[in-house]
Design a protein around this ligand. Sequence first.
Ligand SMILES: Nc1ncnc2c1ncn2[C@@H]1O[C@H](COP(=O)(O)OP(=O)(O)OP(=O)(O)O)[C@@H](O)[C@H]1O
Ligand SMILES: [Mg+2]
Length: 464
Amino acid sequence: MRPLPIRMRLTAWYFLVLCLAFGAFSFLAFFEVRGSIHSAVDEGLRDRAADIRELLERQWPAERVKRELTEGSSVRGEDDILQIAETRGEWSYSSASFLRFGLQLVSSATPGEKFRFSTVYSKRMPLRLLTGQLRVADKAYDIQIAAPMDDFYDAVNRFRLVLLFSVPVLVLVASAGGYWLSRKAVAPVGEIAQAAQSISEHELSRRLPILHTGDELQSLSETLNEMFARLESAFKRVTQFTADASHELRTPIALMRARTEVALRKQRSEAEYRETLLRINQDLERTSALIENLMTLARADAGSEALQIAATNLNEILVDISEPARLLAEGKALQYDQQLPDTPLHVYGNAPSLRRLFLILIDNAVKYTPREGRISVVLNSSDGAAVTEIRDSGVGISAADLPHIFERFYRADESRSRESGGTGLGLSIAKWIADVHQGEISIVSKVGEGFVFRVQIPLSEDDL
Ligand SMILES: Nc1ncnc2c1ncn2[C@@H]1O[C@H](COP(=O)(O)OP(=O)(O)OP(=O)(O)O)[C@@H](O)[C@H]1O
Ligand SMILES: [Mg+2]
């Protein structure tokens, strides 16, 4: 079953809470009013009992007491509902009203001057009845005094009726108000959902309308828009990457096709065929390197390349790569030197990836430094990090290119880089490797003054 819409659920809760709150309030109010009427009436009955006690204390003969009681009753202008009886049966007195209501004298169940109050109905008249015993001198008197409650109960019943009719109406009106409010509050969510639905992969540049309400809904639409912006840029990056990758792959394939076509156009000598095959082989090598790089980045994007991380000796890594680095440098008659600290520095890392990172940087240094230049690799530690600097005496790059060189397929000087066989992926891979190691690559470069790449990787705890 589909759950109810939020506005309905809110209203249902609201209704329930209101019912409980108003119900409890009515219940309390009703019993409080009735209770305070009872205690006021009881107080009056108690006063009357005190009057009678005073009368009995005068020790008058029974006849005089009875007369006083009758007169006292009419003097007060109200008809006492009163009955009093000497417990040993010497005399008793019942007022006219008491007889009229046909009440029975009950002997007080609690001797001593403790009064009991109860509500009784006699001839359809509700009466509040005091029952008790008065002890005067050595005599005891059972006494009952009653007060009619019809007027009070009428008022209490009217109050109950008002509650019974007004509370449901109030609850309904308040719930309707609650429904209206929650509808109003939730309506923008529907609008946002509708707008979000209309944004497809082809219209990622569209944005949700921003509700300037200054509340959670505004922040929701802003957050969603930020998410769309991130999606759009990620989507653009992927599309761009695919386009660039296919372009890069097309170029060497077109080149190889051209070479074979030219070679096949007429009969050639063996040496010529050999030359063509050699060139094609070089193209193939470059193409497989490119495919290898593309796959590395694709795996990095997919997050599927989980590197094995262990405490790794950076000195060893740099000694390892010094041989291929020297070979590369010698190919261009460059001077290559390495300075390592006496104590080995350890980082948490993946040795093959770190080797690759440094080789990418050394490869660049070699590629972009003119013949007979100089390349040096220096390892140091500072601020809890192993700092490796790869310096060259090359041409450096312009400030305009600097922010972009870590972008995929970016080459500062297109013609120079192509001639050196670069595809513009090396630094993207280097940056990814540094990121995986919680490290950082920064650049110090001035045009004509060469390049310094600084790679910082946090030291492992043992070396801190
Ligand atoms: N040491 C350097 N000196 C001068 N320019 C550099 C240096 N290193 C990188 N660059 C510039 O940055 C660009 C990007 O470098 P990156 O290593 O990503 O690509 P590439 O070397 O052109 O190709 P790849 O490394 O994929 O074969 C280079 O094309 C080059 O213009
Ligand atoms: Mg490179």
